[in-house]
Design a protein around this ligand. Structure first.
Ligand SMILES: Nc1ncnc2c1ncn2[C@@H]1O[C@H](COP(=O)(O)OP(=O)(O)OP(=O)(O)O)[C@@H](O)[C@H]1O
Length: 604
């Protein structure tokens, strides 16, 4: 399951609480503590203003003819200090947030560089990019805006209560009772909140999945579906979302609003005012004290609000933390047994590539996708993998660049177990061109240069020429400097493939893995693609998956897979002669070819 889906609805661990954000803040803990301390100082200074003003009033009531400069000056000083400290706290928190953002992004990028490519593929590039971007951003917002509030939210009510107690313990208890009542009702209203949040997230995910499906499937929808079933799914998701929202509103509505009202300053003020009137009428409360209580208790009620908001923010940011921690905990490619760095001597007598009793399962509870697969690929030869859908061909191709590691057995390059070579050195040996050729949002030239940034312009052009890409590249608006990839120029699947081939040519690595490299090609493109591939394959050790059997007729070795095992092996003519699975596949292929041209025309 992809990262985003997991944390969005069920996981991390259905029904479990999202983790606390504090642990992940460790790298900037010191600075956050500093921000909190300064913020607490600001809260105390604000209370100092209240106390000073109370002293001013008391002094004026006692001796109205003398201006109480001392308490007035203290009030002014405390006001300035409160604002300065507040600003300082937010500055510190923002610095910490920027530092944390950088640390987490670098950490996540480093992690992804070390995990297996299979993990990245399984999670989906989009979901991982969302973690690096959106979830880290959510933490930034939390640190920058919430941590100073946090200190204030806890310091202010406690210190205010102490002050109230000093002024008049009876009125302090009245204020506390009102707030406790509001708090109690709110907690009651929030008891169902976690379930509600989960139902809400699930409903929201369903809506976005339905939207994505509806938009992505638009061509299919228009052709076959007239929009009925996918739009129906979208509508059902929307209805579900509405039902959850209404349910939530009904369940939490009244108590929540009532408790917010209770936690506002008015109820506390009214009761303290009433109680104060009564006490002073009984001659039990001096006016300055009463005023002091009134001034302070508004602050106490107000301070409760951020507490509620912060609880909500912590729960929300917890989901982002869960997703970040999940990526951070992704297993490393096993590099423990890797040989020390330095040039590697390959055994010239060993085959270029060897699978030795390889067994591989995608997960411990899944049946093996490959079982007891052994073969050798001689240096400079071409090995083709064929077989029915799901037979394991792609899995073989992806085990070579270590998308995943074998479950049992081993894969060797030049006599070395690929797990021991180390990922970096392995990549110097193996180039791969897979079904989807990814182009970065950069110029075409930069995209070709990716494996060898130091390549000269002449080398880039030579590689593009050999890959049959030069002509269409020069026809683009800015030639090699045209931007490709996201929001760049639109390139067809076959053109992207040829750029990927030019890239692989420039990388000039001895072992080449091709998976379905001609899958995207239209008939005009195909001839060019095959020419490009022949250029790429020249002199290299090639292992290729191809559905178009014509492209592998001349392969030095054909391995026929069925249900994860090699069932036949040999050259084309011999295999056709055997009359087994390959012969059947070949016959089907030929029939399909003839049908596509001849029968289809007759049909029209
Ligand atoms: N990421 C994955 N997770 C779990 N199982 C997988 C995964 N990828 C492939 N499989 C399973 O492993 C088996 C072999 O799949 P593989 O893609 O290697 O077959 P293939 O011969 O390349 O098929 P095709 O010609 O249709 O591409 C299949 O049963 C497939 O369902």
């Amino acid at each position: 399951m992809a990262v985003s889906e997991q944390a969005g609805t069920e996981a991390p661990g259905a029904g479990r609480r999202p983790p606390s954000p504090w642990r992940i803040l460790n790298p900037v803990r010191g600075q956050i503590r500093l921000a909190m301390a300064i913020s607490a100082g600001s809260a105390l200074s604000a209370l100092g203003v209240m106390v000073s003003l109370t002293l001013v009033i008391r002094a004026l009531l006692d001796r109205p003819e003398i201006m109480p400069w001392g308490p007035l000056g203290a009030a002014a000083l405390c006001t300035v200090a409160a604002y300065a400290a507040r600003l300082g706290a937010f500055n510190q928190a923002h610095y910490a947030a920027f530092r944390l953002e950088r640390i987490l992004r670098i950490g996540l990028a480093n992690r992804l560089a070390r995990v297996s490519l299979g993990y990245v593929e399984a999670q989906g590039a989009g979901a991982l990019a969302k973690v690096i971007h959106d979830d880290v951003k959510a933490l930034h917002v939390f640190v920058a805006d919430s941590t100073p509030l946090y200190a204030r939210a806890y310091v202010t009510p406690v210190v205010t209560f102490a002050l109230l107690w000093l002024f008049d313990w009876r009125l302090a208890l009245v204020a506390l009772a009102v707030l406790a009542l509001g708090w109690g009702i709110l907690r009651g209203a929030q008891r169902r909140r976690r379930d509600m949040v989960r139902a809400y997230n699930a409903a929201r995910e369903k809506v976005s999945a339905a939207v994505v499906e509806y938009v992505q499937a638009m061509p299919v929808v228009r052709n076959f579906d007239s929009g009925q079933s996918s739009f129906g799914r979208y509508q059902a998701a929307l209805d579900g979302y509405l039902a959850v929202m209404l349910d939530w509103y009904r369940a939490a509505g009244f108590p929540a609003r009532f408790s917010w009202l209770m936690l506002g300053p008015m109820p506390t003020l009214t009761l303290v005012l009433g109680a104060g009137l009564w006490f002073s009428a009984m001659g039990d409360l001096s006016v300055p004290r009463w005023l002091g209580v009134l001034l302070a208790c508004t602050g106490m009620a107000e301070a409760m609000m951020p507490m509620m908001m912060l609880r909500h923010m912590i729960e929300k940011v917890g989901l982002s933390v869960a997703r970040i921690e999940e990526v951070m905990a992704a297993p490393d490619l096993d590099e423990a047994g890797a040989m020390p760095p330095g040039p590697l001597a390959f055994d010239p007598a060993a085959p270029a590539l060897r699978f030795d009793r390889v067994r591989f399962s995608y997960a411990p509870d899944l049946p093996p996708a490959l079982d007891d697969v052994s073969f050798e690929v001689a240096r400079g030869s071409v090995t083709a993998l064929v077989g029915p859908s799901g037979a394991g061909k792609t899995t073989v191709a992806r085990l070579v660049p270590r998308f995943w590691d074998v479950t049992a057995g081993k894969i060797e390059i030049g006599g070395h177990d690929i797990r021991k070579i180390g990922a970096g050195r392995l990549m110097q040996q193996v180039a791969f061109v897979f079904q989807e050729s990814f182009l970065f949002a950069d110029t075409i030239a930069a995209n070709i240069r990716i494996g060898r940034p130091e390549a000269t312009e002449a080398e880039v052009i030579a590689a593009a020429r050999a890959a049959q890409a030069h002509d269409f590249i020069t026809a683009l608006p800015q030639g090699y400097e045209t931007r490709a990839g996201e929001r760049g120029v639109f390139l067809s699947g076959g053109q992207r493939q040829r750029i990927a081939i030019a890239r692989a040519l420039l990388q000039d690595r001895p072992v080449l893995v091709l998976d379905e490299a001609t899958a995207f090609a239209d008939p005009e493109n195909e001839a060019e693609l095959i020419a490009a591939l022949s250029e790429l394959m020249r002199g290299r050790t090639v292992i290729m998956v191809a559905h178009r059997l014509a492209t592998i007729r001349d392969a030095d070795q054909i391995l026929v897979f069925e249900r994860g095992r090699i069932v036949e092996r040999g050259r084309h003519a011999a295999l056709v002669g055997q009359g087994g699975l390959y012969a059947r596949l070949w016959q089907n292929y030929e029939t399909a070819q003839n049908w596509s041209l001849g029968a289809a025309r007759e049909g029209i």
